[in-house]
Design a protein around this ligand. Structure first.
Ligand SMILES: CC(C)(COP(=O)(O)OP(=O)(O)OC[C@H]1O[C@@H](n2cnc3c(N)ncnc32)[C@H](O)[C@@H]1O)[C@@H](O)C(=O)NCCC(=O)NCCS
Ligand SMILES: Nc1ncnc2c1ncn2[C@@H]1O[C@H](COP(=O)(O)OP(=O)(O)OP(=O)(O)O)[C@@H](O)[C@H]1O
Length: 202
């Protein structure tokens, strides 16, 4: 993997659902890092007219496609977050496409000689540690995660808990991290940690 000087150039950013990865990624983007976002790549992988979306239609039926030909994310989310079997079927369609899109974006970022951050919610679940130089985990306790998820996505407690349970626990992710970013406090406290953390990377 290419490196500039002694600094790490490919950082894997992960954490639990609604732990604050996008908030961290936005800050890093404003401070000279290139962000490659798996959630954005997963939207590209199933955009209207794509082979990915056609496979989803074949497996999950017309009920998950809207009248304008785009994916009904809410309907598909309701199916996959409560059923492991269905989730694995979706992952098998989307993940290989996401990896191709992200690999191309990573190479483009490295060509700019900037540190690249791969924002991958399922980095540990999909055993992608070896694809990055270092893993940063955005941590909040499970209760805070559920609270923020319910508020952001307007979900019931039950729906939020089922989404959180569809991933490896946040405590296990914290254990596996090279660096832990604690986002259980204020945004100001988050940004202070990040300012210190990024000093040796830019
Ligand atoms: C089911 C879908 C349509 C729901 O869309 P929605 O807009 O509600 O959620 P969004 O894509 O913004 O994802 C929000 C978060 O949910 C979690 N999540 C998404 N997919 C999964 C999954 N398959 N397994 C576990 N957690 C997931 C991630 O933490 C992600 O950051 C969508 O999440 C999807 O296509 N998922 C499959 C692709 C995937 O695994 N994406 C995650 C990174 S590759
Ligand atoms: N320190 C904080 N204090 C209060 N709210 C916060 C804080 N950090 C993030 N949030 C809010 O919590 C929610 C989750 O944050 P964010 O969207 O960055 O998480 P994420 O890990 O990217 O989520 P996902 O896994 O769903 O993609 C958002 O509504 C965000 O505005």
């Amino acid at each position: 993997m290419s490196k500039v000087g002694v600094s790490v150039t490919v950082i894997g950013l992960t954490g639990g659902i609604a732990s604050g990865k996008s908030t961290v990624a936005n800050f890093l983007s404003e401070n000279g890092f290139v962000i490659v976002d798996a959630d954005i790549a997963s939207r590209k992988a199933v955009e209207a007219g794509s082979s990915g979306l056609e496979e989803i239609r074949t497996v999950f039926g017309d009920g998950v496609i809207q009248e304008d030909g785009t994916l009904n994310r809410k309907a598909l989310g309701e199916i996959i977050f409560k059923d492991k079997n269905q989730r694995e079927k979706l992952n098998a369609i989307v993940h290989p496409r996401v990896r191709d899109i992200m690999e191309a974006e990573k190479e483009a970022g490295l060509a700019l000689d900037k540190p690249v951050v791969m924002d991958i919610p399922l980095l540990f679940e999909n055993k992608l540690e070896h694809t990055v130089d270092e893993v940063w985990v955005v941590y909040v306790p499970k209760e805070v995660q559920i609270e923020r998820l319910m508020a952001r996505n307007q979900l019931s407690l039950e729906e939020a808990e089922s989404r959180v349970s569809s991933q490896l626990s946040i405590e296990e992710k914290k254990q596996k991290a090279d660096k832990v970013i604690d986002n259980s406090g204020s945004l100001q406290s988050l940004y202070q940690q990040l300012e210190l953390l990024i000093q040796s990377y830019i």
